[in-house]
Ligand binder design. Structure first.
Ligand code: ADP
Length: 369
């Protein structure tokens, strides 16, 4: 049995897969630090979870109540948001890996500390349990230098200010699923769209990411639930001048996007609302998805197939149709809807690392710097 842990800044999701990668149990806590809710066994209940560690313990208790016996666990696999330039694939968590994840905290100040807390808490509880990490940035390690470099002077580039890209675990899952659906003849140039609260696009050529819409942080690219998407750096500086850095950051990350334009970050509610603001927010979302998709198609040198994933991508026929219509210029191509099974992908990656270790290929998975 493999425990998968996806710890975010205000939520934690856990899932347990058996040795055949069948999903067995799940528990999660949302709204950590405020009105925390435990979700387990199809039920939700208020709970007391002031921090990630408390929330993780609640999840583990719920998994035990559901029937998981901890001595059946053979490993734990974590989603880690930022692997910086150090990780091009999933790996076993060692002290060296923990240091490398710590080094990426300035790049993901909300997410990586949550991931580290979960890794350390689990190591305290189960010191002998092997732990693995899958990185949201790793899938984009194949982007060419020209795609990831900001045209900045050398000094800020030395700080690690470059494009990284995110949603990589979702994109790796999309590639796997599309391979399955197309009976291994993966389309050469695949445009993948992960459209959830966070939203991004990825240009995938022969299964490898060549370009993606998110950059240094997940703020860049598409109009999102609460993030602005692409915005001129000078506009950001002006906002920082007027509102201060902290407030400007809150506005850009938590009060913009669909919420900022339409008053709500739930796409379903925006469709139901009849206000011009709600209609405009949806139009903005689709327009910018098409604009950024055009950039991905150029980076791929054409388009052979489209895959949608994420809460909006999987469920929202209207948004999908608007985006596909906007891309008609690139020709008629197959369109797939692929459920984002990030927990399963993390479990599969951990299993692959374990297999490589057994076969003596583990050294490949150590951080590169
Ligand atoms: P997160 O990035 O937080 O994981 P999700 O992938 O769950 O987000 O996506 C959340 C978004 O998906 C919200 O905007 C929500 O309104 C939208 N969504 C979920 N179900 C539907 C649906 N049936 N129709 C349209 N939008 C939906």
């Amino acid at each position: 049995m493999l425990l998968v842990i996806n710890a975010g800044s205000s939520s934690i999701k856990t899932a347990v897969f058996d040795d055949h990668l069948q999903h067995r149990f799940a528990a999660s806590v949302s709204e950590i630090g405020s009105t925390a809710m435990l979700h387990a066994g199809g039920q939700r209940a208020e709970c007391i979870a002031p921090d990630i560690e408390a929330a993780l313990r609640l999840c583990l208790d719920a998994l035990a109540t559901a029937g998981l016996s901890f001595d059946q666990l053979t490993g734990a696999a974590h989603r880690v948001v930022h692997g910086g330039s150090a990780f091009a694939q999933a790996c076993r968590i060692t002290p060296q890996v923990i240091t490398a994840i710590e080094d990426c905290v300035p790049l993901a100040p909300l997410h990586n500390p949550a991931n580290l807390t979960a890794i350390r808490a689990l190591a305290d509880l189960f010191p002998n349990l092997p732990q693995y990490a899958s990185f949201d940035t790793a899938f984009h390690a194949t982007n060419p230098k020209v795609a990831v470099t900001y045209a900045l002077p050398q000094e800020p580039r030395n700080l690690g200010i470059r494009r990284y890209g995110f949603h990589g675990i979702s994109y790796a899952g999309i590639v796997r699923k599309v391979k399955e659906i197309s009976e291994n003849s993966l389309p050469r140039r695949l445009l993948a769209l992960h459209l959830g609260n966070g939203a991004s696009l990825c240009g995938i050529v022969d299964g490898l990411s060549v370009a993606t819409s998110m950059g240094y942080s997940p703020l860049d690219g598409l109009t999102m639930g609460t993030r602005t998407g692409s915005i001129d750096g000078n506009a950001v500086l002006r906002m920082a001048e007027v509102y201060g850095i902290k407030e400007a950051s809150t506005m850009l990350n938590r009060q913009s996007g669909l919420l900022g334009l339409g008053g709500c970050n739930d796409m379903r509610q925006l469709h139901d609302a009849t206000t011009p603001e709600a209609t405009f927010a949806v139009e903005h979302f689709c327009y910018w998805a098409v604009r950024h998709a055009g950039s991905m198609i150029a980076a791929m040198g054409g388009l052979d197939a489209i895959a949608f994933s994420g809460g909006i991508g999987e469920n929202d026929e209207k948004v999908r149709s608007a985006i596909v219509a906007g891309l008609a210029f690139a020709g008629a191509v197959p369109v797939w809807v692929i459920p984002a099974e990030e927990e399963l992908t993390i479990a599969m990656e951990a299993r692959a690392v374990r297999k490589a270790e057994r076969e003596g290929r583990g050294a490949q998975n150590h951080p590169s710097s």
